[in-house]
Design a protein around this ligand. Structure first.
Ligand code: GAL
Length: 944
């Protein structure tokens, strides 16, 4: 190989060293928000920390940067699985009846994640923040072996300033995350792992604090304005001045108002700038016209843009009236709400944004206008979506507890969510035993006060399932009294407290299995006629009737809009998910979907006839037919013959007894005697062919977009066969993946992460996701024995994926070194240091530069954990730059000698051997020259 001449090598080394010392290229400006989802390494299970014993180890254990085990920078993760976030490991596990029913009979346990990343020199001096949108459940995060965060919430996001701990240039940084999912916060399926997105955000030292832009429009004296508050933060070493420019952008993308403010921010301090934007005649936000505005704040100094951030907001007034319920823009709007948890078929809690969009779209179709995210903070992108789609949101805090740790979780929630037009109500608790007590009142009072400090515009509720009649209880501290499952109290409580606004915070809890019309306790199946509420709940029809007929109850929050894993009720094993949903786990409609659609949809006529019409063997027997419609009258027609006509009962719905004859049964909805809608159900033949129906016709190639595809089986005439239970296998061609399958059967134990699934009562779902930067099309093929195959092609369309942090190769850095005093004579490189001697040799980390000394010799000592993929006799122990002559010794054996004194890179080949090695470098300085190990030191994979 050609080697460059010594002078060039010397110059290159000087450049490397100057880069290292920070005299390098100009600093990058502005803000970068980079996805950190790709390229993680994962280990399922605990990685034991060594037992700390003996003085040397105990001493080290007490030091900041000495994370042990998998937290250590040089931990051997070579056997770990590589994956991308979001990730839920619980949904990968098989069902196991010995696991917790409430968590869906799936093992949780402990898991570890690690990720390597490099930061360019140009980042030095910026503010570097690591963000996790949520980790289930308790988590600890280390950066370069230093604990940087501990979090006790499986739902809250964390923003961690890692600026002090990171390295720049070629030096790798190691992030390690220990996730304890044995910890549980709910009685529902919570998933396990880093199940939302993660980010690396780089900003100027002077920047806008995370969630530091508060811009919530208010209307006073008939005029709209936005009081804007921007919190600035500085990690600079000296006070800095900045100007914040704020613009309001209307739904058409036009800038319609602006303001500016200056601020001086002290070193490591915060400052809040305030301004008011006056806005004339904004387009109001509503459920039917969700006009979303954006507020952008740009921070700059004299020369540069330093940071920018943007939030969604909207112009609407909200008011809860004690007599007349909820008002949006001074119009009464009944809350037609549902409670939902956050898991979906196939993917557990690691939901792509597009699957959320699908779920919310399905809820809209059902007529839902309000959502309670039970019982925790949803993902940030879900609230953005709620704004855009026009949902009213009850935003709920997980823990009822005003002690500092939990209060901080509440503060985080309000700061993150207080700009959203969709959020109309904060909820501080759900069904807390202390709700009825003075403690409950005192705790609520403190939490309400904290919310009001951050957001004076929204009322606070707590969801109470009792305790409302004691002398002093939590309801005395909130703005809107929330009742769970107590319709009998509506009138009495209102009478006793006529000035208190009230809403149902949770109701219904009735059971259904999709596609089933007869309950069967042996088979753990519930029929779909809405006959069977839980003992504490009501049918979908009764619960709504009690609310709809009382104007002083603001609305309903049905338990639940969509099924969720865990809390299997009324049946436990083998049932593993709930039966409460108006939709099943995959978002397929159950009977309750059509009931609510009839109750809630106002802008179009709807009619639905249930059940299916495949009752071979029951010819002539009466079949109970349920017709749900929002018209005035409904008529049922069988094979062209009128069976009967009824006035629509908007609460109880309409039932007919129809003697079965195969063929065609129809429900005709009438208004003023005229047909306004019709539903047709036909008796089908046997299934002959599979059909794949994608929810959308294309996918963005950003590696994030996912499309649910409905799998069904049709008869020879192309009619969906309602009772088909065929097992279907899938193959996917193209640059993407099947990320999960499901069928909504609460009793199914088939795997979610699989390429096969049985139809359940005619339907299954397969979710495909694009690969980042993929091209061409995804081709999904479905195959089932005895049926004709189906195939669907989804073109990948070019999309801008969020910029991401490149995946860095695992590297083993040698970070922590002991350095001997200088000696005049050559020391023994294998000299032993006493266990309890912490002081006669110093402590240092690369770069280690020593000025010229008359005594030329020094020893540098460290130890390294050799990764299995480096313990092959080829790995290189690479020193970025050694200034002076040097000998490198490992475990008492000399491995190499650097004979020239000029600063230069040097490396030795590490022979195969033990896992932990002691490395000693004996350096002899050139007379009068500075010396030392001047650059990073790593154990690298060597060429074979
Ligand atoms: C409520 C509770 C919900 C769910 C539901 C089932 O009491 O708030 O989380 O458990 O019961 O009916």
């Amino acid at each position: 190989m050609l080697r460059p001449p010594p002078l060039l090598r010397w110059l290159a080394t000087c450049l490397l060293i100057s880069l290292f010392l920070g005299a390098g290229p100009a600093r990058a400006a502005g803000r970068e928000r980079l996805s950190l989802d790709a390229g993680w390494l994962f280990h399922r299970g605990e990685v034991d920390m060594p037992v700390v014993r003996g003085h040397g180890m105990s001493y080290q254990n007490g030091k900041t940067n000495n994370g042990w085990g998998a937290a250590a920078a040089d931990f051997d993760d070579s056997a770990w699985r590589r994956l991308d976030l979001p990730h839920d490991w619980a949904v990968e596990n098989p069902f196991d009846r010995n696991e917790n029913a409430s968590q869906g009979y799936r093992a949780r346990g402990i898991g570890w994640y690690r990720r390597y990343l490099q930061l360019p020199e140009t980042d030095r001096g910026r503010h570097i923040e690591l963000q996790f949108d949520a980790i289930a459940t308790h988590s600890t995060v280390w950066v370069n072996g230093i604990v940087v965060d501990r979090n006790w919430s499986g739902y809250n996001g964390r923003s961690i300033d890692i600026t002090p701990y990171v390295r720049y240039g070629t030096d790798p940084n190691t992030i390690a995350v220990r996730v304890d999912a044995d910890a549980q916060e709910g009685w529902w399926y919570e998933g396990a792992g880093i199940y939302r997105h993660s980010w690396l955000v780089k900003r100027d030292a002077l920047h806008i604090a995370t969630d530091g832009l508060h811009a919530n429009p208010v209307k006073q004296g008939g005029r709209w304005s936005i009081p804007v508050e921007v919190t600035l933060q500085s990690s600079a070493k000296v006070p800095r001045d900045g100007v914040v420019d704020v613009v309001l952008i209307d739904p058409a993308g036009q800038e319609v108002a602006k303001g500016s403010a200056r601020a001086r921010v002290g070193a490591l301090d915060v400052a809040v700038t305030r301004m008011k934007l006056d806005v004339r005649e904004p387009k109001l936000w509503s459920v039917t016209q969700p006009n979303v505005y954006r507020v952008r704040a740009v921070l700059r100094d004299a020369a540069n843009e330093l940071d920018r951030t943007e939030v969604q907001t909207g112009f609407r007034t909200i008011r809860f009236d004690a007599d007349r319920g909820f008002f949006l823009n001074d119009e009464a709007v009944k809350l037609q709400g549902v409670c939902i948890h956050q898991d979906h078929a196939g993917v557990g809690v690691a939901l792509p944004e597009s699957i959320w969009e699908f779920r919310l779209r399905r809820l809209k179709e059902m007529g839902t206008n309000a959502i309670r995210f039970a019982h925790n903070a949803p993902a940030a992108e879900v609230l953005d979506m709620a704004d855009r789609m026009g949902f009213l949101v009850m935003d709920e805090n997980r823990h009822f507890n005003p002690s500092p740790d939990y209060m901080q979780q509440l503060t985080w929630l309000v700061r993150r969510d207080r700009n959203h037009p969709s959020v109309i109500l904060w909820s501080i608790f759900n069904e807390e035993p202390l709700q009825s007590t003075e403690s409950g009142y005192e705790m609520s009072r403190r939490m309400v006060k904290e919310i009001k400090r951050l957001d004076a515009t929204r009322p606070v509720t707590g969801a109470m399932h009792g305790g409302l009649t004691t002398d002093l209880n939590a309801a005395d501290a909130v703005d809107v009294v929330g009742l769970n499952y107590q319709p009998w109290l509506y009138d009495d409580y209102h009478k006793k407290h006529p000035k208190r606004p009230m809403t149902s915070t949770e109701d219904t809890s009735a059971y259904m299995t999709r596609g089933e019309y007869a309950s069967d306790s042996k088979a753990q199946i519930m029929g779909s006629y809405d006959d069977e509420p839980s003992s504490w709940g009501n049918t979908h029809r009764d619960a709504w009737k009690a609310i709809a007929q009382r104007p002083f109850i603001a609305g309903s929050f049905v338990w639940t809009g969509i099924d969720y894993r865990g809390e299997p009720t009324p049946y436990e094993w083998p049932s593993a998910s709930s039966f409460f949903g108006a939709m099943d786990l995959a978002g397929f409609a159950k009977g309750a979907f059509w009931i609510h659609q009839a109750q809630w949809v106002k802008d179009r006529p709807v009619v639905k006839l249930q059940p299916h019409w495949n009752w071979a063997g029951r010819e002539g027997q009466n079949i109970r037919v349920m017709v749900t419609s929002n018209a005035q009258r409904v008529r049922v027609v069988l094979n062209g013959k009128d069976i009967g006509e009824q006035a629509v009962d908007p609460y109880e719905m309409n039932f007919f007894q129809v003697p079965y004859a195969p063929g065609r049964i129809e429900a005709v909805a009438l208004r003023d005697g005229k047909e306004v809608a019709r539903d047709v159900v036909e008796t089908t033949g046997p299934a002959v062919r599979l059909v794949l129906t994608p929810d959308r016709q294309a996918l963005a190639d950003d590696g994030l977009d996912a499309v649910p595809i409905t799998v069904s089986a049709v008869d020879a005439q192309g009619r969906p066969v309602p009772l088909a239970q065929n097992k279907v296998s899938f193959t996917l061609e193209g640059q993407g993946a099947i990320i999960g399958v499901g069928n909504g059967d609460p009793n199914s134990h088939e795997a979610d992460k699989a390429s096969e699934r049985s139809l359940f009562n005619g339907l299954a779902q397969v979710i495909v996701q694009s690969r980042r930067g993929g091209h061409g099309a995804l081709k999904l093929r479905a195959i089932s024995e005895g049926l004709q195959d189906a195939e669907v092609e989804l073109p990948l369309s070019a999309a801008t994926a969020p910029p991401q942090v490149p995946t860095a190769e695992p590297t083993t850095p040698l970070l922590s070194w002991r350095v001997s005093p200088a000696t005049a004579t050559r020391p023994d490189p294998n000299v032993k240091l006493a266990e309890n001697d912490m002081n006669s040799w110093g402590w240092d980390e690369p770069p280690m530069r020593r000025e010229a000394d008359v005594k030329p010799f020094r020893l540098y000592r460290s130890s390294v954990n050799v990764r299995a993929d480096r313990n092959d006799g080829h790995a290189q122990l690479a020193f970025g730059a050694i200034a002076g002559k040097a000998e490198v010794w490992v475990d008492g054996v000399k491995l190499g000698e650097k004979t020239s004194a000029e600063p230069a890179p040097f490396s030795v080949t590490l022979p195969q051997g033990g896992v932990r090695r002691e490395v000693t470098v004996l350096v002899e300085a050139a007379p009068g020259q500075p010396t030392g190990l001047w650059a990073r030191i790593v154990l690298e994979r060597g060429a074979r």
